[in-house]
Ligand binder design. Structure first.
Ligand SMILES: [Fe+2]
Length: 190
């Protein structure tokens, strides 16, 4: 299968982000190699684990950048990140439990397409903000409050529920308020 080539079209011009993207592409290509060589299950698994670890690390870094410049589309961007994270966590679970059921060609094609589309279209949109080329004052007044990025460790079964909760909290509003009240009550009951 073809590999992703890092080209100028993928460059944001922000060195730390570009380094991350190169690293993600290298790791995705290493996963391609392991699959193509029909490497042992452990090697494929560890290439997938490496991709997941780096995806988590990179998304956290990118979200901190967006939060620090009050990027107005941060919530939609984070949803995209969460979508990919959910997919790769599901893939990791399936690969651990029923590796024969993973259709690697489809998976690798999806990861390649996601990465190139996301970098070229979604990431490029925050570049002017992160590079201070657009004043933060131009952000819509109803922009969401800045969001704090963090990494948490939860049992795999809770991941989907956690994403739902995180999305509700990120969007604010009545639902978020109910969740926060509920959390307060649980804390008080401890
Ligand atoms: Fe991104």
């Amino acid at each position: 299968m073809a590999r992703i080539q890092y080209t100028k079209a993928l460059s944001t011009g922000i060195r730390v982000i570009d380094n991350d993207h190169r690293m993600l592409i290298d790791i995705a290509n290493a996963l391609h190699d392991a699959v193509d060589r029909k490497a042992a299950d452990e090697e494929v698994s560890s290439a997938l684990d490496a991709l997941i670890r780096y995806v988590e690390e990179h998304f956290e870094r990118e979200e901190k950048f967006m939060a620090s410049c009050n990027y107005p589309d941060i919530a939609a961007h984070m949803k995209q990140h969460q979508g990919l994270a959910q997919t790769v966590y599901r893939l990791q679970r399936l690969n651990r439990t029923e590796p024969n059921k993973v259709s690697w060609n489809e998976v690798l094609d999806f990861i390649d397409t996601w990465l190139t589309h996301h970098i070229q279209k979604i990431d490029m949109a925050y570049v002017p903000y992160v590079r201070n080329l657009v004043s933060n004052k131009t952000a819509p007044t109803d922009a969401l409050p800045p969001l704090q990025a963090l990494t948490v460790r939860v049992p795999p079964d809770s991941i989907e529920a956690l994403f739902t909760i995180v999305n509700i909290l990120a969007e604010g509003g009545e639902e978020a308020k109910k969740l926060l009240d509920c959390a307060k009550q649980i804390k008080q009951a401890d």
